[in-house]
Design a protein around this ligand. Structure first.
Ligand SMILES: [Zn+2]
Ligand SMILES: [Zn+2]
Length: 210
């Protein structure tokens, strides 16, 4: 079962994804407005095992602490973004400094790792470029893309830790070879499919040509 909320000033997509049988689930990118996420979890009677951050930016991690407190879930993030999250030192000019929380990461993810909850599982795909430890999460018919791939666009690579060549390689080598029928669930904006993006995403085409 997949539910989503668009939250906060930067309109980040937060996903709650759970096993239909056991109701065990994960929260992907709780960026803001923790109470709305908690209400949804309680309404659906989900048992949240993990909070997974696609990367360390505050608009994807801002409600980590409150969701952890409310659910007891563990915080998971790729090892190369974990320090930034723990130190709260991700310098983004567009966010308020007081939101730069610091807290500990429970599990540092690596490429290829499988995250299991109930009958469901998600595979971690390390896709650096937007940040060094950015990840996509691959399920049976869904791909959570964080700020790596959007409908009609790709992630910015001009923030600290961003790298255009890394982003190009991540998309080309790790994402574009996946099944075209996958539903793309991005960190911002509307959903899409991988096939659609391969066909129609001009920003992606432009990036790949360079
Ligand atoms: Zn970001
Ligand atoms: Zn974002």
């Amino acid at each position: 079962m997949l539910r989503f909320l668009t939250l906060g000033q930067l309109q980040s997509n937060c996903y709650v994804f759970a096993c239909d049988q056991t109701l065990e689930g994960v929260v992907v990118d709780p960026g803001d407005e923790a109470q709305k996420i908690i209400d949804l979890i309680e309404e659906e009677k989900f048992k949240i095992l993990y909070i997974i951050n696609t990367h360390a930016h505050i608009d994807h991690t801002g409600a980590n602490r409150e969701i952890k407190k409310a659910t007891g879930a563990k915080i998971l993030i790729h090892k190369e973004d974990a320090d930034m999250l723990e130190m709260g030192r991700y310098d983004l000019s567009f966010v308020q400094q007081e939101l730069a929380l610091s807290f500990s990461v429970d599990r540092k993810l690596v490429d290829g790792e499988i995250i299991k909850f109930g009958m469901q599982k998600l595979k971690v795909i390390h896709t650096p470029g937007h940040t060094p430890g950015g990840i996509c999460l691959l399920g049976q018919d869904v791909l959570f893309t964080g700020d790596t791939l959007f409908k009609d666009s790709v992630g910015r690579y001009d923030f600290p830790g961003g790298n255009k060549e890394d982003l190009r390689k991540s998309l080309e080598k790790k994402i574009l070879g996946l099944d075209d029928n996958l539903t793309i669930l991005p960190g911002h904006g509307p959903f899409s499919s991988l096939g659609e993006e391969k066909k129609n995403n001009l920003v992606l085409k432009d990036l790949l040509e360079k």
